[in-house]
Design a protein. Structure first.
Length: 128
């Protein structure tokens, strides 16, 4: 089972969609690093990661492969945490933590525990 955090938009702002963020290693963040962060609208973290990768590529010969690999591992392990940090900065703190083997199971468990979430995730549930 994997744990997921649910981030809800502030009560007055409904144009932001609610987010369901998994916990754990992200292969896509490991492979694509800063571009994965930018795709998830983590502008500050993505910009810092781009600069870090650019500086790591300027390292001398023994470190020019180890530093980017280390940065990629850090983003793989902490990419989802950076997404949570970005959402909290935007006023969407984690409101629920649920367990599920995948996103659908976590969403089902969350809506069964708190039926008010069904209205928030209705478009997502009906779109599948």
């Amino acid at each position: 089972m994997r744990s997921w955090t649910i981030h809800l938009p502030p009560p007055g702002i409904q144009r932001r969609p609610a987010a369901l963020i998994p916990e754990g290693f992200s292969l896509w963040a490991f492979l694509f690093g800063p571009f994965w962060l930018l795709r998830h609208r983590c502008w500050i973290a993505g910009g810092i990661a781009l600069v870090a990768f650019a500086l790591a590529s300027l390292a001398p010969a023994p470190f020019d492969t180890a530093l980017p690999l280390g940065l990629a591992l850090l983003l793989g392990f902490h990419g989802q945490d950076l997404r949570r940090w970005t959402l909290e900065r935007r006023g969407m703190p984690a409101s629920h933590v649920v367990l599920g083997r995948d996103e659908d199971a976590a969403l089902l468990r969350a809506t069964s525990l708190d039926p008010a979430l069904l209205g928030i995730f209705a478009a997502r549930v009906s779109g599948r």
